[in-house]
Design a protein around this ligand. Sequence first.
Ligand code: SAH
Ligand code: MG
Length: 989
Amino acid sequence: MEGEGVADARKNTITPKAVINSKFGIKASYVVEEVVEPSQDGCPGLSIPGLSVPGFSIPQKGPSSYRCRLELPDFSVVSGTFRKKKDAEQDAAQKAVDKLGIHPSKGKPTLEEASEELVSRISYLFSDEFIQIQHPMSGHLRATLRREGDHCGLFPISVIAACDGKASSLCKQIDPKVESNPSLALSFIKLAASKLSGSLSSPDEKLWIKRLNPYPQDILESPIDQESCHPEVTTVHALYIPSLMEEPVEPINFDVLPSGYYMDIIAEKLRISNASDLLISRPIGRASSETRLYYAAPEMYWSEASSSLEIAESCKDSINVRATYLSGQDIYGNAILAAVGYTWKSKDLSVEDISILSYYRMLINKTPAGAYKLSRGAVITATLPLAFTTKTNWRGLLPRDILNTFCRQHRLAEPTFNTSIVQIKSSSELSGPPKELRTMKPANETEEADATFSTSTIDESAESGSAYLCEVKTSFELSGLSKMLRTMKPENETGQADASFSTSNIEESAESGSNYQCEVKILSKMQEVILVCSPKESFKRQNDCIQTAALKVLLWLNMYFLDMKAEKAISSTNTLDITFNPKHLHEEFKLCSSIHGYQQRNIQEVNNKICQVNIEGPDSGISPTPGSLVSITYSVSLVPDDGHAKELLESADVFEFEMGTGAVISYLEVAVAQMSVGQSACFSIGIPDQELILAASDDFARINSLLNSNPCCLEYFVKLMHITEPLEDGMEQAFFSPPLSKQRVEYAVGRIRQSDATSLVDFGCGSGSLLESLLDYATGLEMIVGVDISVKSLIRAAKVLHSKLSKDSSTIKSAVLYDGSIIELDSRLCGFDMGTCLEVIEHMQEEQAHLFGDIVLGSFRPKTLIVSTPNYEYNVILRGSSAPNQEGDADEKSQAGGQSFKFRNHDHKFEWTRQQFESWASKLATKHNYMVEFSGVGGSHDIEPGFASQIAVFRMEPPPHSTPGDSPVSSAEGVIHRCNVVWEWNPSS
Ligand code: SAH
Ligand code: MG
């Protein structure tokens, strides 16, 4: 078995943990954390609806994996993720061992072994055999042999260091510093070559190796060297990146003849007489790409005892900031960025074009906001949102993925996310929960809300960076934004402006009574902590918690990037819950400001006039509110003042974003906030950072000349195509604490506890929020049943109930979940003590709601029935807009179909006023011999417009024993089974 083999191998050597233990003893501490799986929400074992497997077991979580953090006195390391904690610990220990440069096991070569291996690798590269193989190195070899005159056969060492994977990894084993300073590899390779002086020559101070004996003629004439299939000239489109920041990056093209060596041509372009003095960077961008920087070896390179430090010292002036930033390694003097090289696949030179556009995209991809913009394909228009609301409303790369990309881009280890569960004390007293539950929200809610939005202005400036920024806070913007923000909360509920943190969904949620908190850490290359973000707020869902923390880090980094003095970043450190180490931060990102800030300083003064937003088209009355997902069509063009033709920069037929989160530039968000579906608008604004414009348009020459010869502005055209209303949950939670859904459940639980019910059926139980909550309280219930038509919801309900029932000792003797419609008869639903139906009837057509009433009270006949549904009149408050016209629009509503904006949830088929609801309930009660009383949650009975959720409680009248046998299906007779059992719990089996 494979596993045994591994174990055996371990036995023979010392495990990394043992090495660490012998060296550090108790000073080494391992912290294992569980890693979130990119959610897979299946319920293993629960597959076929209708198949009842009593008592089967559902794993409470998906397969977990672990990551281990090993803290040592001087540094710490983080392992990869593993299924077993043990493996994570060993991996962390191995990483530490590697870092310490200890080579305990036989598998790892010692320093001498690595050096020896490097010698044999070099020897092999220059062997008769190797030149005949299809290999990037052999492509170079053959090309150097084609060189004319003195240079013939001189092989640049830099090619081996940069392009031969084997040799460079051996160099890294000899000295791990090669990782951060790849040019160190040159000296190791040279040293190896000097050990082969019998066959190779590499004079001091020369950066080439030459084979002493010529290759046998027959090998050189072998078919592989016939450059037959590509006889033409290859044109390379590359970029010239001057080391002087004042000089612009420019396209540079050159031709490589079939008989030529491309290194010679690049050298010539850089005015280097010998291509051997050309150094090559590691690949930039995609790992598979041959995009690299070419630059001259610093003159000092071979001077006495040239340590990398001395080189750095002597070349300080000529450091090429842009190239260094792009590659993450020190690059001196002018450089050429090109994607050219020999590959494994073909003996011909392979080439990709590098344009100015791709250069700027690479640049902005290194900033958090830029990576987000690129992921949205809207470099100019999209901006990194200020809040993570829900996964469904987020567009583009998720915050956590952006942060991972960011760290990779800067050659840092992946950030660590440490989630913990915080217990919220759960009260068994019903009067308790409202207060207790309040603590589930951030303690300082007001501050939280402020925090989110106070960053909006900061972010905006960080985002666009250019001269027009000073004027960003025109009344145009401020009035719009603040108007929008105001509509997010009712006048007197300042504490709850934050609509964004939705917590009610059961999916991937913590047990009730506990929430998730998350801490993000970013480590420097030396494994020192650069930055820690520990948001105070906790979340019901682990994913929300992680994404929010990641986003805070991104927002902060973004500010830091564009303002290295970091005043803004520092000032928002508190609100974004960030602590950072200025020194380490500076070390890792010192070049960022010179790169991204440069454009700002150099930008021409632009015309900052901001025109009025001209909205065209009839007002359809369907307008976005914060939290709604809008779909727009837009285009943005660069318009020169002098009336020259405008240049399209960016456009999209369908572009979606969530209102109120700052997912697009504020001008656009403000404009859209004023529009209704079907309307279009046009407005102009000053131009943003040139970097963004150049990353948007591929016509560099034209854009550049426009920008340089004229004041320009950006002209936006936008049409609002569609609005998806915010989900009921999110909205209700913005207004109610505890959330309205929670209040409904608490209300029902209260009624149940007051009753002596032993059996309960929840009609339209959904994900089981009520059934689950019931288990938290002492009730007399012995049998609980849930019915719903959504199998997906039922599966979630099953998971939650199963894990809860397995843990708790409760009075429940049986629990069943049925997949079925509650407007169909099923004799198994008859005769319960208690029936509940929370927020379900409005999901059916009105006739069906009437039918349900007849079936439930006429046939199922629970002793008590609790029904809740939204109070339509309350929507006015939720909307924060003018009162919807209730009269005469009932028909209009149904015609509008899913488009209706008046309901709380797009799935609602109707919503009733108090009068409509009371009329339905009263008639129903009379018809079936029930009494009914009315109540509600959210708001108040005696303050207009009543409760947010209205509730009817029906009680059987007269008492059950004297019920006339009017029920068509009594539990004794006529067995009708229309529902399928989805899950069943039966502790005795
Ligand atoms: N009662 C739950 C769910 C409310 S959402 C709660 O308060 O959280 C409305 C639920 O009604 C959805 O789960 C939907 O699937 C269900 N539903 C709608 N029509 C139904 C029908 N005809 N029969 C059974 N369930 C229905
Ligand atoms: Mg509903």
